[in-house]
Design a protein around this ligand. Sequence first.
Ligand code: NAP
Length: 528
Amino acid sequence: LHRLRALGLAARVLDVASDVGGAWYWNRYPGARCDVESVQYSFSFSKELQQTWSWSERFAGQPEILAYANHVADRFDLRRDIQLETRVTAAHFDEQTRRWTISTDRGEQFSAQFCVMATGCLSTAKLPEITGRDSYQGATYHTGYWPHEGVDFTGLKVAVIGTGSSAIQAIPVIAEQAAHLTVFQRTPNYSIPSRNGPMTPDYEGPWKSDYERRRAKARTMRTGILYGVEDETWGLNNVSAMDVSPDERQRIYEERWTVGGTAFMAAFNDLITNEASNDTAAEFVRSKIRETVKDPETAEALCPHDYPIGTKRICIDTDYFETYNRPNVKLVDLRKTPIEAITPKGVRTTAGEQAFDAIVYATGFDAMTGTLMSIDIRGCDGVELREKWAAGPQTYLGLMCAGLPNLFMITGPGSPSVLSNMIVSIEQHVDWLVGALAHMRANGIETIEPRADAEVSWGQHVNEAGHRTLYVKAASWYMGANVPGKPRMFMPYIGGVGVYRQECDDVAAKGYEGFVLTRRDERAVAAE
Ligand code: NAP
């Protein structure tokens, strides 16, 4: 909105929430916290904002990130063009007027030349398909739709279903409050300690005085994140795990475990491409789980074995594995005793029924495509997004789709998005989009749309890049595997944030290669 206004465009933002904040508005579960360091998970577009805002912790919690989102909305006077509590139900392109008609659940219709879907990758929460789910008579919560007034679990018997990033953050906090907590785990996850702590002047100062250089470097990294600033490696160890001795490997893993956070996966340069290297990192984390969790059977159940580390989103925790040493916490291994049903009183597995006062579903999202597919989007020549993506998302650069002129996606499937620092990727998409719109206005161009063949080639490239890694070996939400019936394909682009930015910039520099640009007088000026 800020950048569109600067271009001189009139813009309106529609959001179903009652306030700004997106993911950080909805995900208010206990322990919710970003696992990218806040000095990096923050906007870079305003130097003043960057210098004046101070984070209180290394990894800010949800309330602080939400306060930041509100601060940004106020600071840049954004609210007067944001319409809240409005769900977009449809977006139809009119081939005569060459404009989008956007319909909402309030019965309104908006007409716009451009439509930007900034709908997020993890915004459609998913409840599990378990028999009897609606028969349960206690309180139920989904981590992605947490009540704003909070939940007091004091004295209650609580069940958590799921052990992904959200659960791994929520479990230690709920365990401190509840009388008893039972965790129902289908697939164990690899998790690295965050080593979160208060922000100190010694840490914040060098970031603020060197922000421009560090941000510029981060934009060239694979994940858009700097893992270290001590030297010019920026925390990326550019050797294979196979090229060092076992002792040296162990030393490096220990060092990263002690520092904490996602830097663990940058310990060697081939952890996501070489199974033998990956195995060494996976075994290191399993050894830490066995060291931490006192009951050997629980420890073993918590050890992931059947997918490479990092190929389901790596989790970052505070005292997750330690929590299983508490007397009021029990793990149920659903691989041994699967859930048969949710009953009016609780959960029934093949081992019997257990009653609970509350069930927390930490069961994730219909990721990357769910929200876009929930909107009735129709473009030219009868193109409907739901039909077009029935066998999996197809995009050009994760930015646009053939047949949907002037409809942009921010961090769409086919872009690095969820494999990166989302703020870095959001800013890159906004920069690219604003550049495209400025180019169009300067040249009297009315519509921009990818060529069908450019979209096909990009899809092949995204797919090939995914298959060069170990990511495709896991039944993850990256692959659409968590939603029954969803096509299995690796949806984000693994080429890396730096490489991808260069590809997008090159496309623009070549006159928007792969796109058809149409002037007002209908003359195609498509790049060759
Ligand atoms: P998730 O990673 O998809 O985890 C969902 C969990 O629910 C999995 O353990 C899954 O088991 C389980 N589950 C689903 N259906 C089930 C069923 N029918 N029965 C039993 N278990 C079931 O979802 P999430 O934890 O909400 O995280 C989603 C993503 O959001 C993360 O990967 C991350 O990208 C982002 N996130 C980030 C942060 C952060 O920055 N700190 C925090 C939270 C979330 P299976 O694995 O067997 O399917």
